[in-house]
Write a protein of this length. Structure first.
Length: 336
């Protein structure tokens, strides 16, 4: 049993779900949600803060500042609380309420952007506020996960080697693309140490990260409306885009087998399934996908029937009339 004195010192890095049983899919899912921040973003948060400390960029009056759709904000709030720093997170209305409450519980101040920029969407509006805050007060230190090399270095140092140790015969790795820190760190590692591995980036339809048109996206985590500076396509072998309705369906498929994962995981698994179905080589591949977080923070969105129906229309997920009598809540009179 590990004993830690700081929450960022603990992370489960060797837990995988074999999706052949729940989904009939030849894919191993690396679960990154088992740490005190609840997501893969803990690695980047800790790495960026510790690098800033090594560089002498953090003083007693420094206010850490970041734009986040949720998970990195929670991770930074937790690390900042542990280290005694103040932290301000700029997010937008798509951020789950539970995620905002977590950040505030750790002592962070949360700015919520209510309207997106006409051309650059919510992320563009968030980044504009970030720059305004930095110009208004030199105590702010913007870690900038979209261009900070320590974002991808965290995964080149930890996530990718952990996968390589567990799967020496790995053929293909599927990684979701948000800031692309996880993707670029893993892609760089395998290009250097095992170039035969195919690295596939999974993105959301409506994201501009890989040059596709901008569109409405409602599920936080993957995708961007402003291309991250970390992207380097020379390290990525293939890219696949997933519709959010397919993300939701896949999340509910996994939940039906008892596995509650976040929206980003639904996107990555949906994309991996499509990519593997198109494999014409006839060979049985050893495939791994990274699950960034778990699903509790998505109970009021991805797993809420009314929200899903309002955003994507009816029929995306099974309704109450499709569950059957055994799936319905039954109330019994205890006095009988």
């Amino acid at each position: 049993m590990p004993i830690v004195s700081a929450p960022q010192q603990f992370n489960v890095d060797d837990l995988y779900v074999d999706l052949r049983t729940p989904l009939g899919l030849p894919l191993y899912l690396k679960c990154e949600g088992f740490n005190f921040a609840g997501s893969v973003k803990l690695k980047a948060a800790a790495e960026m803060v510790e690098a800033a400390e090594r560089e002498g960029a953090l003083g007693g009056d420094t206010i850490l500042l970041e734009s986040s759709s949720g998970n990195l904000g929670v991770a930074l709030a937790m690390v900042a609380a542990n280290k005694g720093y103040r932290f301000v997170c700029v997010t937008d209305v798509r951020c789950n309420m539970a995620t905002r409450q977590l950040m505030e519980t750790f002592g962070a101040k949360v700015h919520v952007i209510a309207a997106g920029h006409p051309e650059e969407g919510y992320l563009g509006a968030r980044l504009r506020l970030i720059r305004e805050l930095c110009e208004s007060d030199d105590r702010y230190l913007w870690l900038n996960q979209y261009s900070n090399a320590n974002n991808w270095k965290a995964h080149e140092r930890t996530t990718a080697p952990a996968i390589a140790r567990e799967f020496p015969d790995l053929d293909v790795l599927f990684v979701g693309a948000g800031t692309t820190g996880t993707l670029m760190g893993c892609a760089r590692y395998f290009r250097r140490h095992r170039p035969s591995v195919t690295v596939v980036g999974i993105d959301s339809v409506g994201s501009v990260t890989f040059g596709t048109p901008s569109g409405t996206r409602m599920i936080p985590g993957l995708g961007t409306s402003v291309r991250p500076q970390l992207v380097d396509m020379s390290f990525v072998d293939d890219v696949l885009h997933v519709r959010e309705a397919d993300t939701v369906r896949t999340c509910h498929e996994l939940a039906a087998s008892g596995f509650l994962f976040g929206g980003s995981t639904g996107t990555v698994v949906s994309g991996a399934r499509e990519w593997l179905a198109g494999n014409r080589s006839g060979e049985e591949l050893t495939a791994v996908a990274i699950a960034p977080d778990l699903g509790e923070r998505y109970l009021d969105t991805v797993y809420h029937q009314s929200w899903v129906s309002e955003i994507y229309g009816p029929g995306v997920t099974p309704g109450p009339d499709q569950v059957g009598d055994l799936g319905r809540l039954q109330v019994f009179d205890a006095s009988l």
